[in-house]
Ligand binder design. Structure first.
Ligand SMILES: NC(=O)c1ccc[n+]([C@@H]2O[C@H](COP(=O)([O-])OP(=O)(O)OC[C@H]3O[C@@H](n4cnc5c(N)ncnc54)[C@H](O)[C@@H]3O)[C@@H](O)[C@H]2O)c1
Ligand SMILES: O[C@H]1[C@H](O)[C@@H](O)[C@H](O)[C@@H](O)[C@H]1O
Length: 337
């Protein structure tokens, strides 16, 4: 069978990482084109990677290109909506990095446009669903061995982020992962969100609310809390503890290799998500490629991206008022039939 020919739009940190993945270690796929407004960066990447990778300056041209079968969108969130509509117009399967779009209204338009096409073409890059630890936690909770899950406690810390990363991005770009994790682990919708902000770390610009503490209330009565702290300084740390009726389960303790030496004990912390979630991204992309060949998706759908956008929109409102905000989610059955 011939390889799925993939084009990547946006080759900054994440796009370049995916480009390496597709070009070197994804079975049944071939990287054929990259696009980025920074054409020098895109050209350099295209030249460095194995195979014949073209640089196409205009992302919409890459999406329309007859030799590109499927697209990975790793452009910034503000560019996703237009590029997703182009993928739908050309009938191209697309793995879109989170966030699906910048707000709930545009995300819902994407869901509706895909529904009109009549095929699931969009998969959202909520890669934690493919992380072996998260997958094992999901399986354990679903088995019922611990009884009903009551609460989740989550920690999401980045070593640092660019100074352009503002308070609402902490919700839309970082907290959005736990929004998806909570919806996925509970298999339920978040109906209300509250985002508290303690006095910020002194290591961010004035006005940036970092860290934040979010509380999600789910339709089934469960609650999830999340500390999100994107300028933690130390390293990348993502943890999740599920508390159930007859026990708890924790993932993300980073207990790979613990050493004891010179009167101290400990291990290494990954510098960022590319290291911590490398395996998750590999599995995500491989399964997306395999599903695209079958004309399907195999992961978070456009609806999941929309639902997360609706929760984040309410979260950003809560961050400014300090009050709980109900999530305004469209009726799935009415939209998708
Ligand atoms: N799943 C994850 O864990 C994860 C991790 C990091 C980033 N992301 C997501 O990936 C996307 C990219 O993030 P990043 O960290 O690589 O950012 P980045 O700033 O490192 O890279 C973005 C790239 O997109 C290019 N770009 C800007 N405007 C564009 C446009 N209109 N069309 C095409 N390319 C454009 C920029 O020149 C840059 O090279 C974002 O949606 C982000 O939220 C996801
Ligand atoms: O875009 C990144 C990415 O999604 C990471 O997985 C997350 O930990 C960061 O907070 C976010 O800025």
């Amino acid at each position: 069978m011939t390889d799925l020919r993939i084009g990547i739009v946006g080759v900054g940190a994440m796009g370049a990482d995916h480009a390496e993945r597709v070009a070197r270690r994804t079975a049944g796929a071939r990287l054929v084109a990259v696009s980025d407004p920074d054409t020098v960066r895109a050209e350099a990447l295209a030249t460095a990677l194995p195979g014949d990778v073209r640089m196409i300056a205009d992302p919409l041209e890459l999406i329309a290109d007859g030799e590109v079968d499927a697209v990975i969108l790793a452009s910034p969130g503000f560019a996703h909506a237009e590029q997703l509509f182009a993928c739908l117009e050309h009938g191209k399967p697309v793995l879109c990095e989170k966030p699906l779009t910048m707000d709930a209204a545009s995300a819902l338009r994407v869901v509706e446009a895909e529904h009109k096409v009549g095929r699931s073409l969009i998969q959202v890059g909520f890669m934690r669903r493919f992380d072996p630890e998260y997958a094992a936690l999901k399986e354990l909770l679903a088995s019922g061995e611990l009884g009903r899950t009551l609460m989740l406690h989550n920690v999401h810390r980045n070593k640092s982020v660019a100074p352009t990363f503002r308070s609402e991005m902490i919700v839309r770009d970082s907290l959005v992962h736990e929004v998806d994790v909570a919806r996925w682990l509970f298999d339920d919708e978040i109906t209300r969100i509250t985002v508290h902000a303690p006095k910020p770390t002194s290591l961010v610009a004035d006005g940036v609310l970092d860290p934040q503490l979010a509380v999600f209330e789910l339709a089934n009565g469960a609650i999830a809390d999340v500390e999100v702290f994107v300028n933690f300084q130390v390293g990348y740390e993502v943890r999740c503890e599920a508390v159930a009726e007859r026990g708890s389960a924790t993932i993300g303790l980073g207990s790979g290799v613990l050493t004891r030496a010179a009167g101290q004990w400990g291990g290494a912390m990954p510098a960022d998500f590319r290291v911590r979630f490398e395996r998750a991204y590999d599995i995500e992309v491989q399964r997306w490629v395999d599903a695209a060949v079958r004309g399907e998706i195999d992961g978070p759908s456009a609806w999941d991206g929309y639902a997360a956008a609706a929760v984040c929109e309410a979260g950003i409102e809560s961050l400014t008022t300090g009050r709980p905000v109900d999530v305004d989610l469209a009726d799935k059955r009415q939209i998708l039939g």
